[in-house]
Design a binder for this molecule. Structure first.
Ligand SMILES: NC(=O)c1ccc[n+]([C@@H]2O[C@H](COP(=O)([O-])OP(=O)(O)OC[C@H]3O[C@@H](n4cnc5c(N)ncnc54)[C@H](OP(=O)(O)O)[C@@H]3O)[C@@H](O)[C@H]2O)c1
Length: 323
């Protein structure tokens, strides 16, 4: 029997309960991990609030969080590429969660080896946030094989989990980056490579005006509450606004732009985790080309503090729980 934490619908951080459940058993196509770290994403809180109802969770008790790093303890008979003792980064199945626990069952297809240069905290910080940043940039036209042309990208909420990876990945793709964040994070974003940083509470920041007068060829939009009329005057003729904070209005706007064949487009992005991208991102961490900004680390026994921080929506980088 092992200690885990789980959350239910409708509660805040206090709804997380400490419960004992058996260590899960390993099916033939799965691997059992002893977890070392997990990171919380805003979507975990949205699941707890019931925002993704009726899709999930499928059954209770539901142990939240998908992004983990740990050590392989046991492998199913059909698993060939992992063995006990391997250190890994994994994204647990979204519909099942399981990351705020000492043990979790992972799928080999969403698990990659973690080299010694990458700490459990760094590894656990990656899956959802960095994959979203990478896929949003690819969707905007960025290339990571050296074949792309430079262009101007605006990254909103660049101090958050997704945004701080997007800034670094955009620089690796040779883009000119204008980033928005609160005043307290301006230096952090400059240190991550942003060329220009706007305080979103300042008048120029609220208007998204590039300090150098640039028009944006792409936007990676990681927050809400900014209308099309604010973006529009800052966009170049054929620009794409890739929106990761999706909702019905974003899909509607996107469809309307397509219907009228608008040159300035809105692209809703739902990140779909891919093993090869996770391996690419772990490789960047290993080579020191990508850094994880850690907002705060919490023990599993204090997971409710980490949860409360995520719910506040003011993280700088990633919130991590260590086991
Ligand atoms: N579509 C997908 O597949 C997908 C995947 C991952 C995430 N998401 C969504 O993407 C959003 C961002 O995720 P995240 O993990 O990056 O969130 P996060 O880490 O919670 O973001 C927090 C950061 O955003 C900053 N921020 C908030 N409002 C801002 C604004 N108007 N302008 C500039 N900065 C602002 C905050 O700065 P201050 O503290 O200074 O306010 C804080 O540093 C969430 O809504 C999440 O659910 C979607």
């Amino acid at each position: 029997m092992r200690a885990v934490r789980y959350g239910g619908y409708g509660g805040g951080a206090a709804a997380l309960k400490h419960v004992e459940v058996p260590v899960p058993s390993t099916k033939k196509d799965k691997i059992l991990l002893k977890l070392e770290a997990a990171s919380i994403n805003p979507v975990d809180c949205k699941i707890q609030k019931g925002n993704l109802w009726p899709f999930m969770p499928l059954k209770f008790p539901f142990i939240p969080v998908c992004d983990v790093a740990g050590e392989v303890i046991e492998v199913g008979s059909a698993v060939k590429n992992f063995k006990p003792g391997d250190k890994v980064v994994s994204m647990l199945l979204f519909m099942k969660g399981g990351g705020l626990a000492e043990y979790a069952v992972a799928t080999p297809q969403l698990t990659v080896h973690r080299p010694p240069e990458v700490s459990p905290t760094e590894g656990a910080a990656l899956p959802i946030a960095a994959s979203t940043a990478l896929q949003a940039l690819k969707s905007s036209g960025a290339k990571f094989d050296g074949s792309g042309k430079p262009f101007n990208v605006l990254i909103t909420a660049a101090s958050g989990g997704v945004g701080h990876f997007a800034v670094q990945l955009a620089k690796l793709a040779n883009l000119h980056v204008t980033a928005t964040c609160g005043a307290r994070n301006i230096d952090t974003l400059k240190s991550l490579g942003a060329d220009e940083v706007l305080d979103y509470r300042s008048p120029d920041g609220a208007r998204l005006h590039s300090p150098s007068g640039r028009k944006y060829d792409a936007v990676i939009h990681c927050t809400t509450g900014i209308g099309w009329s604010v973006f529009e005057p800052n966009l170049s003729e054929n620009s794409k606004v890739v929106v990761v904070t999706i909702g019905p209005m974003v899909f509607l706007k996107s469809a309307m732009k397509m219907l009228i064949c608008a040159k300035k487009r809105v692209v809703p992005l739902v990140a779909i985790p891919k093993e090869e991208e996770l391996r690419f991102l772990v490789g960047l961490l290993k080579e020191g080309k990508l850094k994880v900004v850690v907002d705060s680390k919490h023990l599993l026994s204090n997971a409710e503090d980490a949860w409360a921080k995520c719910m506040e929506g003011h993280a700088t980088g990633k919130i991590v729980v260590e086991m």
